[in-house]
Design a binder for this molecule. Sequence first.
Ligand code: ZN
Length: 233
Amino acid sequence: MSQPASPIGVFVTPVTPLQQNCTTVWCTATNKAAVIDPGGSVDAVLGEVARRGLTLDQIWITHGHLDHAGGAAEMQEKTGVQITGPQKADQFWIDRIVESGRMYGLPDARPFTPDRWLEDGDRVSLGETTWEVRHCPGHTPGHVIFFNRAARFAQVGDVLFKGSVGRTDFPMSDPPALIRAVVEKLWPLGEDVTFVPGHGPISTFGEERRTNPFVSDAALRSAPIQREPVGPA
Ligand SMILES: [Zn+2]
């Protein structure tokens, strides 16, 4: 018995000293690819896209932090493809990419101008695949996630990690909004959904609902969140 072929492919390239999960997704019917969150190592990511016989079609951005978005301008210059996302409230962070780059020792990080801002409920097409957008503020005000319903796959940036959630100690962060986003925007997509977070290993929504100390069903029943997650930017 052969399994039906997946409509999408995925590979992850950790980039920047913050080891951000730059995620390349593609339509297996057309080999059209989107790079999600090119925070750096642009040539290495483009080289791997080419090595796999894929055609870069789009750049997607979950949020405006430099480790996710600091290489978007360079990738666009080198390929000519459009930049989609994040939601427009993250202009606040895009405007701070150069300053943050100096702070984090990433002097090549540059701001960019999205060709298309995203809103909750938007859809983006890649080849023959369709991806749903959810606006998940809290870590940053304009954070979005990308969900492929057919493949049961999501790229969630710094909203949710295996065993943790995004930091909410930044300017414009909103801790209660982050928890609401996880519970009201991610969980309804299904426990069987596999996700790539912005940093660290992959997991599933079901696994996090069972075990994540910040957002498991048991943790949310027993008490409000008492401590700040200490994690990557
Ligand atoms: Zn972030």
